[in-house]
Ligand binder design. Sequence first.
Ligand SMILES: [Zn+2]
Ligand SMILES: [Zn+2]
Length: 252
Amino acid sequence: MPGRDPVAPLRAWLAEHAQYLRNPLPAGAGICMTCRGPAGSSFLRCIPCDKHFRAAPDSMADVVAPISYAHAHEQHMHDLRTYKWRTPPEISRSRLLSLLVVFLADHGRCLVEAAGGTAPSAAAVVPSTKGRPGLHPLRTLIGDRLGLPWLPLAPGARPDGQSRTFQRDRFGLNDRAREWVEGRTVLLIDDTWTTGSRIQSASHTLKAAGAAKVVAVVLGRRVNPVWDEWRPILQKVRDEPFRMDDCPFHIR
Ligand SMILES: [Zn+2]
Ligand SMILES: [Zn+2]
């Protein structure tokens, strides 16, 4: 049917139920160009993103798109924690899945353009390094809705769940996947960005295997409200209604 928009009902549902979300601020003027967290006013990146960039400039994700800030004590962060419970609240799962599906439908093209790549032909979630058995809850949540094959990214030989630093060997890919990923654009998805070290370590694994581009999408950019640097950001976004039409690469 011409003009039919398959995600319209989800978008409408989110518009009504997800006003606790906060659009990330545009890069620049104290906002990190990678993660949209606080950066010094004369710096392009925050300290962790700058460290990752210096450690492996060619391995970083080509674009990072946090969909919303996630204040440590508010609803979005609550959803990002509870959807991983053994018996997760259905409402948390619904909200996160709707948000991701609508965001990718509306802004997937913006991200690919910003990355300068072709449309993704594979997807991956950043694996858990906490030894949780079975599929990652994010992969279970998304299922086959993206219409892309999932790459079997896995914890590396020396997984270190606690470390918040970039590690080249934190994750691995089997030989078959390494061969297959060559030249492809990969959509890399994670639930929460805190320092970004896990996502960037995963991006390194994909690029070291030959991926042409890595487009990273995170559901929530964690905000630590007790950290002074976040205060100006929180003040700016606190009363702003969430705009589904915006993404970090496509601002009204
Ligand atoms: Zn950053
Ligand atoms: Zn966009």
